[in-house]
Design a protein around this ligand. Sequence first.
Ligand SMILES: Nc1ncnc2c1ncn2[C@@H]1O[C@H](COP(=O)(O)OP(=O)(O)OP(=O)(O)O)[C@@H](O)[C@H]1O
Length: 227
Amino acid sequence: MALLELRGIKKSYKSPDGQIQEILDVPAFDVEAASEVAIAGTSGCGKTTFLNIIAGLLTPDAGQVRFEGQVVSDLGEAKRDAWRAKNLGYVFQTFQLLGGYTALENVLLGMTFGPGADRDFAAALLTQLGLGDRLRHRPSQMSIGQQQRVALARALANRPKIVLADEPTGNLDPRFALEALEMLRGLCREHGAALVCVSHDPRVLEAFDKSLDFRDLNLAMAREVPS
Ligand SMILES: Nc1ncnc2c1ncn2[C@@H]1O[C@H](COP(=O)(O)OP(=O)(O)OP(=O)(O)O)[C@@H](O)[C@H]1O
């Protein structure tokens, strides 16, 4: 049994003009424990929707998300939130740090929904990522690259079994993009977390031993009618 198993996932959105747009039709997708998976896809092809369904932030119209054999996509919202806090870290495309809180507090806040705030571990993660002298800085007082590293620390803070990364280097100066990616991969390896990284950036994809093309996973893309 794989750590994560998706079966028959479908998702459509209603566009503002009332048209139903099919975004996802993923018959099967598996992730083994402590493995790395890179997924290549163009902008707008549904990568974020896909990750949000894995994370339980969105529910599929059909199909199942199973984690360690448990069907998590059928859980109610509160149980999905609890499952996510315990098992999954998410590096969002736009980081989603809370502006009114310091770097350390941003990491600690995520922990309060999971195993509980562990100030020493949060500070150690941030220090490992080179932010030991930025613990009390708020996001607006940090560079984009530093904010990204806070987001990486927050994603690993609850010692998740799986980390999802949505264009983790998309907002970074190209010089720092690969460095951030290597930090993320190193943290996942160190903590035994599986990593699912989606990106359109060839440099990111080349860093992995192999990458999947989202077109091969998502049959809805093959049916897409060019506009
Ligand atoms: N809530 C929504 N309602 C209607 N359409 C949506 C909604 N969310 C996303 N979409 C549409 O679904 C498609 C896929 O969006 P998604 O954000 O998953 O793509 P993506 O591959 O992550 O793109 P990017 O790499 O540019 O972030 C887009 O065409 C988008 O316009």
